[in-house]
Design a protein around this ligand. Structure first.
Ligand code: FAD
Length: 438
């Protein structure tokens, strides 16, 4: 009979979830000789949305050792972004900012599986189809209880460890236990509907459209357009294109679940530019998905024996492709905090506090870029200003330029001004365009 005897009964760190956050922190800790167990609820490759990666993700992939796997995979390299926001067309090109490595459009099922394999090859013990039910943190050594479904039946088990890392994505397992998850201001609450299309034309940096078959030769941009109720993304990949709508939750609530797919397709048919790109494309109905009420944060992130990272800590509207970057950044800070805490446990509360501040800083940075006004919503403006002064100039320049492409980033610009930062006049910026030739 199948047993879960191969899952260790004890280890240094249990990571809940094997997405980009969990895989990265596991790889970083394992590289330091820390005994890490990753428990992942489903089997990879598993579907996931969020295919646009901005170029500074590479520095984290280098740290975890995942870069060679990503390079070998041959994902689509993208040239930049074009946004049509309330009729105003703007473009940014990553090459103008001096990035030497490409931004990518990645099929997330493939990308996330590579990251998980990397964690395993760095020495983490990875168990898929093992779902964590709860973590008891009130003990000297936390106990993580799970259901192991690898053999078909669900077998209960538990692991004792020194640190628990919640990287369970929007399930936010620990925030659920703590009851610490908060939705942002209701005007800023959105729902996303998305799907996949075959043979969609795509937009390149010259503002022209190209056939799907050319995606390897003429680099696409991530194409974004606003519409009356929200905004739409169009991301071309090797075999298909991901297209999604982001709309206010109240608008979506008025529709039944079954009406949403119809609304999604009808909106795309009438959206300027998107209608042309999808004109001869084939819709793949099996991939229609939705995510309600995202844009949240947790008020409790790190403690003496736990860390919440990636989407398990917070999530903001993905307009600036910060989700995977946030997961990588959180993983990097957490790995450092835990490695140091294992060396000298008397500092573990201090390390947890420092890490929590770092995670909040990045959340505030992304939050101020991606959503309009905020009245608190988990953002400490002073922490964000301090973070802005530390961000490598090329990364800040890119985000400052990108922030000019939508009308969402007034907080970001205000914080940057307060921090004494401004767009360098001789550096690259967003270019405004008269028209697109699609
Ligand atoms: C509509 C939309 C568009 C987006 N677009 C972009 C984009 O273009 N670029 C970008 O960078 N980001 C984007 N994002 C955000 C990005 O997808 C996420 O930020 C990213 O996946 C976060 O990684 P993670 O590891 O924290 O969580 P996840 O990728 O969600 O991984 C969490 C893992 O935990 C597992 N899990 C859950 N519960 C348990 C449990 N109890 N026990 C064990 N395992 C568990 C899940 O199966 C999953 O594999 C988008 C998000 C949305 C919703």
């Amino acid at each position: 009979m199948f047993t879960n005897a191969d899952i260790p009964g004890r280890c240094d760190v249990v990571v809940i979830g094997g997405g980009p956050a969990g895989s990265s922190v596991a790889a970083l800790l394992a590289k330091q000789g820390v005994e890490v167990v990753v428990l992942e609820k489903v089997s990879h490759p598993r579907p996931q949305v969020g295919e646009s990666l901005i170029p500074h993700f590479w520095k984290y992939a280098d740290q975890t050792g995942a870069s060679p796997l990503i390079e070998r995979e041959g994902f689509v390299a993208k040239a930049g972004g074009i946004a049509v926001w309330n009729g105003k067309i703007s473009r940014i090109a990553f090459s103008e900012f001096g990035f030497t490595r490409p931004a990518l459009h990645v099929e997330r099922d493939v990308f996330d599986e590579l990251l998980l394999k990397n964690a395993e090859s760095q020495g983490a013990k990875v168990f898929q189809q093992v779902a964590v039910r709860e973590a008891d943190l009130g003990l000297d050594y936390p106990q993580v209880k799970y259901l192991d479904r690898r053999g078909g039946d669900a077998i209960e088990g538990s692991i004792v460890c020194r640190f628990v890392i919640d990287a369970s994505g929007s399930s936010a397992l620990l925030a659920g236990q703590f009851k610490s998850k908060r939705l942002v201001d209701s005007r800023m609450r959105f729902l996303s509907l998305w799907g996949h299309f075959k043979n969609s034309r795509y937009v390149a940096a010259d503002g022209r459209s190209y056939a799907a078959t050319e995606v390897g030769e003429v680099k696409p941009v991530t194409f974004v357009t606003s519409f009356e109720d929200g905004w739409i993304w169009h991301i071309a990949m090797r075999q298909y294109t991901s297209v999604g709508l982001v709309i206010n939750t109240d608008k979506a609530r008025a529709m039944g679940n079954e009406q949403r797919e119809g609304f999604f397709l009808d909106t795309l048919k009438t959206a300027p530019y998107i209608d042309k790109l999808l004109d001869k494309a084939e819709y793949l109905p099996d991939f229609f998905s939705q995510r309600p009420d995202y844009s949240y944060y947790s008020t409790r992130l790190c403690g003496e024996n736990f860390y919440c990272i990636g989407d398990a800590a917070s999530f903001v509207d993905p307009i600036y492709s910060h989700g995977v970057l946030n997961a990588f950044y959180n993983a990097s800070m957490t790995a450092l905090a835990i490695t140091e805490s294992l060396k000298d446990p008397s500092y573990r509360v201090r390390h947890a506090q420092l890490c929590e501040n770092r995670i909040r800083q990045f959340y505030g940075f992304s939050r101020s870029l991606a959503l309009g006004e905020f009245g608190g919503d988990g953002v400490d403006s002073e922490l964000v200003r301090r973070f802005m002064r530390q961000v490598p100039p090329v990364e800040l320049e890119l985000m400052l330029a990108a922030s000019a492409m939508s009308e969402r980033s007034e907080n970001f610009l205000r914080l940057a001004q307060d921090a004494g930062l401004s767009l360098h006049p001789t550096r690259a910026k967003a270019h405004f365009m008269e028209a697109l030739a699609l």
